[in-house]
Design a protein around this ligand. Structure first.
Ligand SMILES: CC(C)(COP(=O)(O)OP(=O)(O)OC[C@H]1O[C@@H](n2cnc3c(N)ncnc32)[C@H](O)[C@@H]1OP(=O)(O)O)[C@@H](O)C(=O)NCCC(=O)NCCS
Length: 391
């Protein structure tokens, strides 16, 4: 076996994909060739979803037809609400979402099929299901009842109405729309890859999305935005950011792994496997976080975030990633820390489905090899033979 390999599948190309690509050196992200900064705020999330699934920006009639199919899928079965009611209220929102998607698999009218039309119908249902579950769970756990919203609303406005119980302002709906678009896809990130691995076994789409949600939860991936918000709140004061970062990285933080005597504590929202410079999405989110902080009077948290950003810049070359300033935006929207990753999932479901549809269409089992480091082939111990013959 080739010994020239890197842990964590670093730099490994696992499949062809036409959905999305990243230029890590330039900090750029493209959905089907369109730069994320050009799409966000200009093309609504529904059209971005259609772009990811079908490859082109829709003409007006195509966009209308896509929205109509999505609107049709916007129902939350009573049995799913019943399931959510039965879960412990202090459970993590992403666990509730994962459980609900798993349950929804059994209710799906196309449960037994993975043909292309069935998968597309399921994709519409899943894009509608995820925000509906996220919102219903949030309301139930704080003692409120789930509400309905006009199915003809934009996706962002529909979600916010389900979450808050009233229609959002146009500005807040626009912020959510941009956040969903920025999170909609990111090439072969861990959760999308998990979904593709599941699809490659010819498992059903719900199974793949369950795998994706499970993978998103970890603090190295989507779970980082929750950690960012908790960290910024813990710091609390912009003047304390510098000392906090020093305590996290250690005074010897600049030393290489071999020279360090204690492990470095990671700072959530920084570092990336592919980007070498600040993430394009983070640049958009930083501007949004500033504007939202000013509009909502939550400038202090934004100032803490800026302090952490400067302290990290002074000490490391780690790029800021999407989870850092998105956490500040979510805070300004009144999203609690443990709900942040579910908002991520509400956008990323579009990309998970795009990749799943692509994988189903041109499928080969994804099955890497291990670089074996265990003992060489050897006989069973003779004592085992004695034990088994005397038994
Ligand atoms: C995203 C992440 C998992 C990428 O990991 P990776 O590509 O495997 O990179 P590595 O873990 O090999 O890290 C490379 C070096 O940078 C350091 N590093 C990476 N991210 C760091 C962070 N956020 N804070 C402090 N140091 C960090 C590592 O300690 C390592 O240094 P060393 O080789 O001297 O020990 C990692 O950067 C991280 O844990 N970030 C924080 C969590 C986060 O924001 N996740 C969301 C990503 S979108």
């Amino acid at each position: 076996m080739d010994s020239d390999w890197k842990a964590g599948l670093e730099d490994v190309v696992a499949a062809d994909s036409a959905v999305c690509t990243i230029d890590g050196g330039a900090g750029r992200l493209y959905y089907r060739g369109y730069e994320i900064g050009d799409l966000a705020g200009t093309v609504p999330f529904e059209d971005v979803t259609r772009l990811l699934w079908f490859g082109e920006l829709p003409a007006a009639d195509e966009a209308r037809a896509f929205r109509a199919r999505l609107a049709e899928a916007r129902t939350l079965p009573d049995s799913i609400v019943g399931l959510l009611r039965s879960l412990p209220r202090d459970g993590h929102p992403l666990d509730a979402l994962r459980t609900a998607v798993s349950f929804a698999a059994a209710l799906d009218p196309d449960a037994g099929s993975i043909d292309a039309e069935a998968n597309l119908r399921k994709a519409f249902r899943l894009v509608a299901l995820v925000p509906a579950v996220v919102a219903a769970w949030q309301r139930l756990r704080i003692g409120r009842e789930p509400v309905t919203a006009p199915a003809t609303d934009s996706h962002a406005a529909w979600f916010l109405t389900l979450l808050e119980g009233h229609a959002p302002s146009a500005e807040v709906a626009r912020v959510m729309d941009i956040a969903l678009t920025l999170h909609a896809d990111h090439e072969f990130n861990a959760s999308t890859f998990a979904a593709r691995v599941a699809v490659a076994t010819r498992a059903d789409l719900h199974a793949a999305v369950v795998a994706a949600i499970a993978t998103l939860k970890g603090p190295s991936h989507g779970g980082a935005n929750e950690d960012v918000l908790l960290m910024l709140r813990e710091i609390g004061d912009p003047d304390k950011a510098e000392v906090f970062i020093e305590s996290r990285l250690g005074r010897r933080g600049a030393l290489s792994r071999r020279e360090r005597t204690e492990p470095r504590t990671r700072v959530p929202g920084f570092g990336h496997r592919v980007y070498r410079v600040d993430d394009a999405r983070a640049r958009v989110l930083r501007g949004m976080a500033k504007a939202m902080a000013e509009a909502t009077g939550r400038q202090r948290l934004f100032a803490v975030a800026e302090g952490v950003y400067d302290a990290m810049r002074a000490r490391t070359t780690l790029p800021v990633n999407v989870d850092f300033f998105s956490a500040v935006v979510y805070d300004a929207l009144g999203i609690p820390p443990d709900l942040c990753t579910s908002i991520f999932a509400t956008g990323r479901i579009a990309g998970w489905c795009a990749h799943a549809l692509e994988q189903y269409a041109d499928n080969r089992l994804i099955r890497p090899r291990a670089h074996y480091t265990g003992p060489p082939p050897r006989p069973l111990p003779s004592t085992l033979a004695v034990r088994s013959s005397s038994a």
